[in-house]
Write a protein that binds this ligand. Structure first.
Ligand SMILES: NC(=O)c1ccc[n+]([C@@H]2O[C@H](COP(=O)([O-])OP(=O)(O)OC[C@H]3O[C@@H](n4cnc5c(N)ncnc54)[C@H](OP(=O)(O)O)[C@@H]3O)[C@@H](O)[C@H]2O)c1
Length: 251
């Protein structure tokens, strides 16, 4: 949490949505790698005390997720002069005090639906738009966006969770179009839509009762899986929809 940035030759990892269960595990994981690099954590809220002793490699940037703020923070990241070689967008909303995932059409609430689409689709979209120009000359960078298997149209056998499912399906379609545009304007960037598996965080907490113990992952396990997965992908102009094991998910 220092203002002094490293030399321009170095690279950085950016975790957006850094206060969440998976986001904060990723920040800890990249800091623990030790051999590299600056970690930019982007969040609506300040860091918890657990990050207080993280030293000068962690830069915590506040951002309220409005377009103006996303553009401002993107410009700040670029002005560091660092190679932004891992960008992971972890924002997501399934429920909160006012929102419950809909089990039936009768439960649709337009305000709740808009809020879910805002966090799951619009916020990542703003980041993709803000980063395409700054990343035009980068090589070997990855942007991973946290999606969900329930956004797969092929895989949908249960129905329900209308807003969450639809917003993640829309996110995947947005990312597919963005991958086509990135392949022209920022061809050194690989886009990944990532399903972490059911992970023990605030987001899944009300829905864990029927999840087998071995199927409920810790955020640290998911962070570790994603770090390894991102080391293996190569820019190919395509969007990959991958799960925590690196297995392709059908659209
Ligand atoms: N947990 C699971 O079982 C599971 C399964 C499949 C997919 N996912 C996906 O994984 C991602 C991370 O989820 P998580 O499990 O870590 O959940 P979480 O602990 O609830 O974290 C949610 C994140 O979303 C951001 N966020 C929430 N409301 C927001 C708002 N109104 N505006 C902007 N940002 C907002 C928060 O960022 P800040 O507070 O830092 O700004 C936080 O990082 C999500 O995209 C989720 O859909 C999770």
């Amino acid at each position: 949490m220092s203002d002094s940035l490293s030399s321009p030759q170095q690279s950085a990892t950016v975790i957006i949505g850094a206060s969440g269960g998976i986001g904060s595990a990723l920040v800890r994981r990249y800091l623990a790698l030790g051999d590299c690099e600056t970690v930019f954590a982007v969040s609506r809220v300040p860091p918890t005390s657990s990050f207080a002793l993280s030293g000068t490699r962690l830069h915590w940037l506040l951002c309220d997720s409005s377009q103006q703020e996303v553009n401002r923070v993107a410009a700040e990241l670029v002005s560091s002069g660092l190679n932004l070689h891992r960008i992971i967008i972890c924002t997501g909303l399934l429920h909160n005090e006012a929102i419950t995932p809909e089990k039936s059409l009768d439960k649709l609430d337009p305000d709740a639906m808009r809020a879910v689409f805002d966090v799951n689709l619009v916020v990542p979209a703003l980041w993709l738009a803000a980063l395409v120009k700054p990343l035009r000359r980068t090589a070997g960078s990855v942007i991973a966006v946290l999606s969900a298997r329930v956004g797969s149209i092929t895989d949908n056998r249960l129905g329900g969770w209308y807003s969450y499912r639809a917003s993640k399906a829309a996110l995947n379609m947005f990312l597919k179009s963005a991958a086509i545009e990135y392949s022209r304007r920022a061809p050194g960037v690989k886009l990944v839509s990532f399903h972490p598996g059911t992970t023990d965080t605030y987001l899944s907490s009300p829905f864990q009762a029927n999840v087998a113990k071995e199927a409920l992952f810790t955020p640290d396990f998911v962070a570790d899986s994603l770090v390894k997965l991102l080391d293996d992908v190569q820019p190919d102009g395509e969007l990959s929809f991958l799960d925590w094991a690196g297995i392709e998910i059908p659209w």
